[in-house]
Design a protein around this ligand. Structure first.
Ligand code: ARG
Length: 463
């Protein structure tokens, strides 16, 4: 009965096959073949459940489950004949299964639709990437912890407005990113908890009249439970949006750190030397060593955030439940996940390989009147000045140092006393950068003693 041009999966009511352009816009196999492993796992769990519930025979389920393993190995070997006429991964797999095992293949799609099938496949794929992101983040945190431990007491300038503000320690700066990444990992963990409900068994949208066991398939596929509303289960992609949102925030953190590494590795700063392994040369300027990896990490947010905006735009205003628009959910998520994993790995490698230039950090730490706040605090503590007045006196001393083209510790006691009579020699103790950082012992402050406490806490947490 069936015409060769009809689609073997759904062509019953059609008299003609699709136009070539229709096939081109409709097919997703060029990209959704990335869901092959998830698709086959989902189908194997579904077949086992159908047999356990007496909906298909044990022998049919056995043939289906074995055949699907053969299909998987063909795909993994790279000799699977993907066909655009068969649209997507779901129909490509089922069609090949029919070639391999014959009629029982036709029973696999009982009590199921491509709508719950794609929803379960994509959820499992995103879940895997969520786990991979957490692993990548933890590896980078460990690299940062090593840097922080080595330089817990190395002084460097802390910046606001990219102007020297107050001296901080290298370890403290590294640990700032450990904190940010810790929240990033937390966002991925939260998202994972919410996404871990199985849509399988929602069928097209309304559920099914067959006596299926959704707990069984949910359990077999590592989900915490089946999704409780069949319409919601096939209609939403919020799990992918949460993944992209968490990825965007993480990429933003990586971008900021990458920007700092670009600045710090410049000849003007020389705060860090990047390793040869994570730098490139110039084809015309022989002296150049460019921080390309850092620049590319800095840029990855563009496509990751682009993917997030893209998927939000696809999903907004879609009426329930499934619409074909939702086939446009995958490519950008694939690209965003690849970009994030690569950025995390590259940052991890760069951080492990880079060398801080302790002398340059220290020299810069003392510049820009970075201990002016320490001076003001000294005036409050020792002379009991109100902070506002101490601020003003310190400002006058900074202006004086600027006029004399020197740093605060280079002013003479005489000159200082002309600005305020009460200033004594002990003021010089707080003008040094080492003393400045050592004094900032408030919780979360930059004092090496505090930084070491935070390093120890994180090492314990990441063990
Ligand atoms: N390739 C489709 C997708 O990715 C699978 C679901 C198709 N469902 C349908 N009712 N046409 O969204």
């Amino acid at each position: 009965m069936t015409d060769k041009t009809q689609n073997a999966m759904w062509g019953g009511r059609f008299a003609a096959g699709p136009d070539a352009i229709m096939e081109a816009i409709n097919a997703s196999i060029s990209f959704d073949q990335r869901l092959a492993a998830q698709d086959i796992a989902g189908s194997r769990a579904h077949a086992a459940m159908l047999a356990a519930q007496g909906i298909i025979t044990d022998s049919d389920a056995e043939a289906i489950r074995e055949g699907l393993l053969t299909v998987l190995s063909e795909i993994e070997r790279g000799d699977f004949p993907f066909s655009a006429a068969l649209e997507d991964i779901h129909m490509n797999v089922e069609s090949r299964l029919k070639d391999l095992i014959g009629d029982p293949a036709g029973r696999l799609h009982t009590a199921r639709s491509r709508n719950d099938q794609v929803a379960v496949d994509f959820r499992m794929w995103v879940r895997e990437q969520t786990d991979a992101a957490i692993i990548g983040i933890i590896a980078l945190q460990k690299a940062l912890l090593d840097q922080a431990e080595a330089g817990a007491d190395w002084v460097m300038p802390g910046f606001t407005h990219l102007q020297t503000a107050q001296p901080v320690t290298w370890g403290h700066h590294m640990m700032a990113y450990v904190e940010m990444l810790g929240r990033d990992a937390g966002r991925f963990r939260d998202a994972r908890t919410r996404m871990n409900e199985s849509p399988l068994g929602a069928a097209a949208l309304a559920g099914t009249s067959f006596p299926i066991d959704r707990d069984m398939t949910a359990g077999a596929l590592g989900f915490d439970r089946p999704a409780a509303n069949s319409l919601d289960a096939v209609a939403d992609r919020d799990f992918a949006l949460e993944f992209l949102s968490a990825a965007t925030i993480c990429a933003m953190h990586l971008s900021r750190f990458a920007e700092e590494l670009v600045i710090w590795s410049s000849a003007q700063f020389r705060f860090v030397a990047m390793s040869d392994r994570f730098s490139t040369g110039s084809s015309i300027m022989p002296q150049k060593k460019n921080p390309d990896a850092a620049e590319l990490i800095r840029a990855k947010i563009g496509r990751i955030m682009g993917a997030m905006v893209g998927l939000f735009t696809v999903m907004k205003a879609l009426p329930l439940t499934y619409s074909k628009d939702m086939q446009e959910d995958k490519e950008q998520v694939f690209d965003a996940a690849d970009s994030l994993m690569l950025a995390l790995a590259a940052m991890d490698g760069m951080v492990r390989d880079m060398t801080a230039n302790r002398d340059a950090l220290k020299a810069a730490a003392a510049g820009g009147f970075s201990t002016a706040t320490d001076l003001a605090d000294w005036l409050v503590r020792e002379l009991n000045l109100p902070f506002r007045e101490a601020h003003h006196v310190t400002g006058t001393l900074v202006a004086l140092a600027e006029k004399q083209d020197c740093d605060l510790p280079d002013l003479s006691l005489d000159d200082m006393q002309k600005v305020h009579r009460g200033i004594s020699r002990s003021v010089f103790d707080v003008l040094g950068v080492e003393n400045s950082v050592a004094s900032r012992t408030s919780y979360g402050g930059t004092a090496p003693t505090e930084v070491r406490k935070q390093i120890a806490r994180w090492k314990e947490m990441l063990k």
